[in-house]
Design a protein around this ligand. Structure first.
Ligand code: CMP
Length: 139
């Protein structure tokens, strides 16, 4: 089925001017960027977005990192987009990411790992709604 997933190009990637390089990998994989904006997340937005990780030891570090510079939030659309984008991103830990993936090519570490993608349909819907109004998504 045609799905939508939520993506973030993280501060480590925007700082290195890799937005276009990441988008090229996304588009080459057959995913369509149907919404996109560059923003500075507020602390409250980052804390809400990562609320499921609140109890993790890395939560504070994760929030600090996500607000340390611009991010590009996106909606990606395509056949099986959620799983497909997870394949395209590669493993969370870049040292375990497969060749050809965004994280293998660009990520610096498990924390500064260049991109985020939704893990399931329910989270994709919630994450998209946190950053985009319906009329900002044009398929
Ligand atoms: P993301 O897909 O955005 O969702 C949760 C994020 O937590 C994950 O990517 C990583 O960037 C981050 N993360 C996971 N494990 C660690 C860790 N051990 N230390 C720091 N950050 C982590």
């Amino acid at each position: 089925a045609i799905e939508r997933t939520f993506s973030i190009i993280k501060p480590d990637a925007t700082a290195r001017n890799l937005t276009g390089a990441v988008n090229a990998i996304i588009e080459k994989a057959g995913l369509k960027i149907v919404a996109q904006k560059r923003i500075l997340m507020t602390r409250a937005q980052a804390e809400t977005f990562y609320a499921v990780h609140k109890a993790r030891p890395f939560f504070g570090e994760l929030v600090d990192f996500m607000i340390s510079g611009p991010v590009v939030v996106q909606v990606l659309e395509g056949e099986g987009a959620i799983l497909k984008y997870r394949d395209v991103m590669g493993a969370t830990d870049p040292s375990k990411a497969a060749d050809g993936t965004i994280r293998k090519a660009h990520a610096k570490s498990i924390g500064e790992n260049s991109v985020h993608g939704s893990d399931a349909a329910e989270t994709a819907t919630i994450e998209i709604a946190q950053f985009f109004a319906g009329n900002e998504i044009v398929g």
